[in-house]
Design a protein around this ligand. Sequence first.
Ligand code: ADP
Length: 374
Amino acid sequence: MATVTYDQATRVYPGADSPAVDKLDIEIADGEFLVLVGPSGCGKSTSLRMLAGLEDVNEGNIRIGDRDVTHLPPKDRDIAMVFQNYALYPHMTVADNMGFALKIAGVPKTEIRKKVEDAAKILDLTKYLDRKPKALSGGQRQRVAMGRAIVREPQVFLMDEPLSNLDAKLRVQTRTEIASLQRRLGITTVYVTHDQVEALTMGDRVAVLKDGLLQQVDSPRKMYDRPANLFVAGFIGSPAMNLIEVPITDGGVKFGNSVVPVEREALTAAVDKGDKTVTVGVRPEHFDIVNGDGNGKALSKDEKAGVPVTVNVVEELGADGYVYGTAEVGGEKRDLVVRVPGRSVPEKGSTIHVVPQGGESHVFSTSSGERLSD
Ligand code: ADP
């Protein structure tokens, strides 16, 4: 087991104008499950491949424990990788697939058999050891690929979108299996995905990348509750956080007929930048509906509060519903998503009035995107 350190690690592909990964700094604890996430092309795979030794590091360095592995060949790094395309050898049995790397390394047969059997037990593959990959389901094949990595007892597991070939249901099941397996084995793991839900549900911590630059590295909870900038705010969470540009007024920001109180420091910081607006972020579940249920019931005395939202679409998910509506904020029409209780969803075409819940709004600089609120 070991820590992993990216120290200003940079990769510039030949002929590229900008680095694919730019001065990446992350310290991964011993036994930690770290997920690298971000949109396509943000540098996730390059970061992983630099750690694997499959990609040159042009500046900075990478350490596993206190070994500087920056220029070591992959085979000397004590890592095992599980790829998106787990490419099992079709003519070999499950047992032979799992033990292949050990065989190449000259490990004695009886020892290989023992390690393969132990891994098969962990992965619930014991009764499939003599089968060929074509006689396995997608999920079982995925587990064989995991088994191949486990038998090597590496210091670090590297996984590059290992679930992307599975169907939706199996993905959910397998991601839970991998996360709990990792916790049991306690092997430091770096996992790449473009799927933010996968990142939040699997990682001890999540690192969000954009254009080769690390945006934030935090626990899933903190990432969701306190995104560091507008990009992370919009990327983490589904449906996405509502991000609304609003004028700054005394003591708060104006949201329709309400003034949403925000910390004075946040507003001072925006004014100091010369900004006349801030961008307020509100998650769909952090709106209060202030005028009844939108189904024609009488409006309360709060009817003028907040922002009227015209309901365009209602997505009913059983426990909850999501209203996709249009609101007028600061004289402009804006799309808003509001979570409502599943049993009292408003009708399409009706109007609901919403206000952001106190203490649940995020304030970002409209000009730089950085987080201004605490
Ligand atoms: P991700 O895994 O987040 O989708 P990558 O790490 O694959 O992103 O790619 C990061 C950037 O580097 C992208 O702009 C991509 O086009 C570029 N890139 C990736 N591989 C190569 C390569 N072998 N040669 C040149 N550019 C590459």
